[in-house]
Design a protein around this ligand. Structure first.
Ligand SMILES: N[C@@H](CCC(=O)N[C@@H](CS)C(=O)NCC(=O)O)C(=O)O
Length: 233
């Protein structure tokens, strides 16, 4: 039976911008699993109430519900151990867990500062008031104030990526010679930005840019074909 995934969308059904949902969509393809990606908006809490919480990604696989991108990835390896593993071994799992937190704290936190106003403009009408209110409360300032120093935020983001560069010069993927969960954990951040903002996050001579190209080419160019802005804009 096809897995169902509730996937955050903007004003248009096919503008899918959640970094955490992108992690799951890439993980599903890595496992070679079919999924129905159901467009979902921030204010459609009722649609995922069965999961007992208010955030996506949420999947349903047969009778089983799983939410949270990390938990979903772990579930997929557990439920489908004969398909390509996302993470193999305890050491890789622990390091991937560290990497996930680094991505969220250092990279997501940087990306959101760069794209916040563009992101707001791509939201569905019905989500705008909720998003503004919840994020302004979280940031302690208006969206426009939070995103005011875009150039400074972009420079900080590029600096935060520095530990990845020596790794991606030595090997094609964060996970090694072949892509794995660590790649998808990070890649979600770039699809998030590309889905909503024309800003050029990376310069073409950056090893991270070349890595992103490789990940966009995976699974027949699945991520590249998704609605978004060209990365060289
Ligand atoms: N730790 C969770 C985070 C999930 C999360 O923050 N999801 C966002 C979309 S990327 C969401 O559903 N937000 C709804 C809201 O803010 O109301 C994961 O990795 O899946």
């Amino acid at each position: 039976m096809t897995i169902k995934l509730w996937d955050l969308a903007g004003a248009e059904d096919d503008r899918r911008f959640s970094p955490n949902c992108w992690r799951v969509k890439m993980a599903l393809r890595h496992k070679g699993l079919e999924a129905e990606e159901i467009p979902w908006r921030f204010t459609e809490k009722d649609a995922i109430a069965f999961s007992g919480q208010k955030l996506v990604p949420v999947i349903v696989d047969g009778g089983r519900e799983v939410h949270d991108s990390w938990s979903i990835a772990a579930y997929l390896d557990e439920a489908y151990p004969d398909r390509p593993l996302l993470v193999s071994g305890d050491e890789a799992r622990t390091l991937s867990y560290f990497f996930k937190h680094w991505v969220e704290r250092s990279i997501h936190a940087g990306v959101v500062k760069v794209i916040i106003v563009d992101l707001f403009n791509q939201l569905h009408e019905k989500d705008r008031a909720y998003f503004r209110e919840s994020r302004e409360k979280r940031f302690g300032k208006t969206l426009e104030q939070f995103g005011a120093d875009r150039n400074g935020a972009l420079a900080a983001l590029r600096g935060a990526l520095e530990p990845l560069r020596p790794v991606l010069i030595e090997q094609p993927f964060v996970a090694g010679r072949a892509p794995g969960l660590a790649d998808y954990l990070l890649f979600g951040a770039f699809q998030w930005a590309r889905a909503v903002s024309p800003i050029r996050l990376l310069e073409p001579d950056d090893p991270v840019y070349a890595w992103r190209e490789r990940v966009m080419d995976l699974f027949g160019g699945y991520a590249r074909e998704a609605k978004g802005y060209p990365v060289w804009a």
